[in-house]
Design a protein around this ligand. Sequence first.
Ligand code: BMA
Length: 404
Amino acid sequence: MNNPVQNILNPFIMMNNGLLFACIGLFCISCQATEQKPAYPYTLVDAQATQETKALFANLKKISATHVLYGHEDDLAYGVKWENEQGRSDVKEASGSYPAVYGWDLGDLAQIDKADNLDGVDFDNMKQWIKEGYQRGGVITLSWHMNHLGTEGDTWDTTRVAHRLLPDGDLHNEFNAMLDRFASFVSDLKADSDQQELIPVIFRPYHEHTGWWFWWGSESTTVEEYVSLWRYTVEYLRDVKQVHNLLYAYSPNSLSEFDSYDDYWEKYPGDAYVDILGFDDYFTLQGRYGHEDGVAALGEHLSWLASQARDRNKIAAITETGLEGMTDPTWFTQKLLKAIQYSEDSKQIAYVLTWRNAQEWTKEGHFYAPYQGHSSASDFRSFREDGFVLFEDELPDMYTLTGF
Ligand code: BMA
């Protein structure tokens, strides 16, 4: 039967069917695309970490297979003969590039009336420098020489206090207030003032805890207290304060001080609470701790650490090191680089950070990177030019997730 209305509508019905099929087709393609895209292959401490934070971890992991990133503490704030001069950096002046990793410290952050950290770095300036480093593609790591809340002493006051900070402790509210200040600092690290994108930070709390010198150190905390302190800090920042731009780095003091590598795990908070496995070491390369060959000893430590990181799907790093006063003019290539390249395993560490270059009028001779004109500057340039070592100007994009 010929229905004139149907005849008029037919072309539209056919077109609609076409559209319908096209839509189904597109839907299937997009399903396939979703199916084919591999899931993010790492389990971070924070499942809700921002895309940039996830990317930083994945890219560090990827790069660690073939390179190591070089970092420096307080690099943009001051150097041996200067302070607060826009654009300056001892590392850049000695080597030609800014470091790939910038270390900063939040010591004294909790002192409400103090605008600068324990080494005189103004916190607002620090935020600005963090932002500049990030915008150039660099990686940011924060440590925290946290003050002692029980005595009003500093970070080196070893009076037992951790148990008083935990839930049920008499200083618990004060401790939370301290973490609140940390949370607002890292939540204010905006990539751009009109954007919401937060700068990812490798946070390294309660470092060198196997040494005795901090209030969270070996003599001042039990295993349970240290582990609880760490886990509480993570849970409070991540779950209560909703801070999602952090990777967490664990860094005991030198492995040379251990009876066996098992000691590394004695106060370990657990794989669910740690993203990066590191250690700080100032003396193994100098042949201390009775090592005849400091390069081989550090190389062994790094080989062990990197293999642990590989087995646990984490990243390994030398979270602090250096030779105070750079008294060995070939330390960077002949000691540090040789230890990192000691074995196929040790080569897999992601980054190495040398400590700060204090102004000579505040702490003379306390510097860990060469400055322009120093006798180790030419070796430092060879270190930078080694294809294995990455400074900031050689970094790939660290903040875009590709492949997942
Ligand atoms: C130490 C020294 C101190 C400094 C502290 C925190 O290793 O550099 O001068 O106050 O780190 O940065």
